[in-house]
Design a protein. Structure first.
Length: 134
């Protein structure tokens, strides 16, 4: 277990023993000196030294085996990909649904407006206050 603090937002989170083991295995596979862990709150990348991660693992801990990365597919202009194992099966054809005839548009109904209430007379403005200068 290892507690890590984000330098950007200050969020503290814990890496489990398995997460540390996976991080060390991934860093060793790419021969990296640092492992990059995103902050779960703000997604800022936090760099952790692999040597610090290794210190947190027990001596008898076996690193997990990483799955192999797929080979990249290089395609030239006008060629099809050569590394494709088999094309995906086409989706079954769906029968088109019969379209419903459009509904005739009705003419808008206009309602007579109700007589509006007369507006209240404006209030007179208050007289300015006399100044209290002596």
């Amino acid at each position: 277990m290892m507690q890590v603090r984000c330098q950007r937002c200050g969020w503290v989170f814990t890496l489990s023993r398995d997460a540390i083991g996976f991080a060390v295995a991934e860093a060793q596979a790419s021969e990296a000196e640092y492992y990059q862990e995103p902050c779960p709150k703000c997604r800022h990348v936090i760099k952790i030294q692999v040597s610090e991660l290794q210190k947190r693992l027990p001596a008898d801990y076996t690193l997990p085996v990483l799955p192999p990365k797929p080979a990249p597919v290089h395609v030239s202009k006008g060629e099809e990909p050569k590394a494709a194992a088999s094309p995906p099966a086409p989706a079954p054809a769906l029968e088109p649904k019969p379209k419903k005839p459009p509904k005739p548009k009705a003419e808008p109904v206009t309602k007579p407006r109700a007589a509006s209430k007369p507006k209240a007379a404006a209030k007179p403005k208050a007289a300015p206050r006399p100044s209290s200068k002596k």
